[in-house]
Design a protein around this ligand. Structure first.
Ligand SMILES: NC(=O)c1ccc[n+]([C@@H]2O[C@H](COP(=O)([O-])OP(=O)(O)OC[C@H]3O[C@@H](n4cnc5c(N)ncnc54)[C@H](O)[C@@H]3O)[C@@H](O)[C@H]2O)c1
Ligand SMILES: [Zn+2]
Length: 299
C-alpha cells in the first residue's frame, strides 16, 4: 500500500516493527529490498522471527525477496490486498525486483509460510485494479479450472489459488508444467511493453488469452467453438478482447520473439486435443494471420 502514517498493527504478543512499504513498479527495486533489510537488522530481527507483507503484488514481491535474502531466508507470510496478488503474485514462491533492463530480472524462489487472502481487502480496490485481477482468473478457464465463471468472488479466488498451487507443487522451479500458468502471457507481455505498460498486466493477459484461442484455431489444434469460448470467457469478466488501437502487429511479433519461453522462433502455451501445452516453433505466418484477424479497440 502507499506510504501511510502509523496505523493499527494487531498485537501478536511479541515485539513488532511496522514498516511502510512504497508500492508500484518503480519501487520494486534492490534499493527497496536493502532498505527493508537494514531496518530488519536495526530492529534485531532473527531467522526465527516472521516477516508479514501486506499489499499488492509489487509489495509481496519486494517483501518476499527481502525475506528470501535476510539471514539467507526468514519466514514470510503474505497478506495480499489486490485481486491480482491474491490469485497470482503471492502464490507459488516466486519473488523478484526490477532492473532498468527489465521486469523481475533479480529474484529468488522463496515459498511463503502462509498466504491469507481476505476478500474484505478488495472492497477498497479501484474497479480497474479489480478487473486486472480477473485477467488471471479468466485464463484459468483454459488451464484446468473451467468452472469459475459465475461463482462468487471468494470461490473464484479459491479456485485460482488451488490451480496455481497444484501446478507449482508439480514444478516449483519452472522446469516444465509451470509454463501452463503463462497461458495468454506471450502476447500479453508484448502488449504491456508495446504500450509502455499503459495496458495493465491482467488486461494484456486477457487479450493474450483471446489471441491464444485464435492461434490454436489457425493451427487446427481446436475447433471454432473452442476459439469462440476464449472471447466469451474474457468478455464475461468485462475484460478487453481486442488489441489496443495503436499497436503495430510487426512490433508485437518482434516482442514475442524475445519472450523467455522462446529458444528458437515463437513459442506459446496453446490449447489442443490433450489440453494446454507449451508449443515451440510456431510458424510466424500463423501468428501474423491470427493477429490480423483479432478485433481492435477503436482509436
Ligand atoms: N511473484 C509472482 O509469481 C507474480 C505473479 C504475478 C504478478 N506478479 C507481480 O505483481 C505485480 C502486480 O501486482 P498488483 O497488480 O497487485 O500491483 P500493485 O502492488 O502495484 O497494486 C496495484 C494498485 O492497487 C493498490 N492497492 C492494492 N491493494 C489495495 C486495496 N486493498 N485497496 C486499494 N488499493 C489497493 C496499490 O496501492 C496499487 O496502486 C507486478 O509487479 C508483477 O510482476 C508477481
Ligand atoms: Zn500473469
Amino acid at each position: 500500500m502507499s506510504a501511510r502514517p502509523e496505523g493499527w498493527v494487531p498485537d501478536c504478543g511479541r515485539p513488532t516493527l511496522r514498516l511502510d512499504a512504497v508500492d508500484g513498479e518503480h519501487h520494486k527495486t534492490l534499493a527497496e529490498v536493502e532498505r527493508l533489510c537494514r531496518r530488519f537488522a536495526e530492529f534485531g530481527l532473527t531467522r526465527s522471527d516472521v516477516i508479514v507483507s501486506c499489499g499488492g503484488g509489487t509489495t509481496t514481491d519486494v517483501v518476499g525477496l527481502a525475506a528470501a535474502l535476510y539471514h539467507r531466508g526468514t519466514a514470510v507470510i503474505h497478506l495480499p490486498t489486490s485481486l491480482l496478488a491474491q490469485v497470482d503474485a503471492s502464490i507459488g514462491g516466486k519473488t523478484a525486483v526490477n532492473l532498468p533492463a527489465g521486469k523481475n530480472l533479480v529474484g529468488a524462489f522463496w515459498q511463503p509460510a502462509a498466504v491469507l487472502c481476505d476478500s474484505d481487502f478488495l472492497g477498497t480496490l479501484p474497479p480497474r485494479e479489480l478487473r486486472n485481477g480477473y485477467g488471471e482468473i479468466a485464463r484459468c478457464h483454459f488451464i484446468g479450472a473451467d468452472g469459475l465463471r459465475g461463482l462468487p468472488l471468494p470461490e473464484q479466488i479459491v479456485g485460482s489459488v488451488r490451480l496455481k498451487a497444484s501446478v507449482v507443487a508439480t514444478d516449483e522451479r519452472d522446469g516444465g508444467l509451470r509454463h501452463l500458468l503463462n497461458y495468454g502471457h506471450t502476447l500479453g507481455h508484448a502488449i504491456e511493453k508495446a504500450t509502455d505498460f499503459a495496458v495493465r498486466h491482467g488486461e494484456a493477459v486477457a487479450i493474450g488469452t483471446v489471441f491464444a484461442g485464435r492461434l490454436a484455431g489457425v493451427l487446427g489444434r481446436v475447433p471454432p467453438d473452442r476459439v469462440a469460448e476464449h472471447e466469451a470467457v474474457v468478455g464475461h469478466y468485462g475484460l478487453p478482447t481486442g488489441l489496443p488501437a495503436d499497436v503495430d502487429d510487426a512490433a508485437l511479433v518482434n516482442l514475442m520473439r524475445q519472450d523467455k519461453k522462446v529458444t528458437v522462433g515463437l513459442a506459446f502455451v496453446l490449447d489442443g486435443p490433450d489440453g494446454a501445452e507449451l508449443v515451440r516453433g510456431v510458424p510466424e505466418r500463423a501468428v501474423t494471420e491470427a493477429l490480423a484477424a483479432m478485433p481492435r479497440a477503436e482509436r
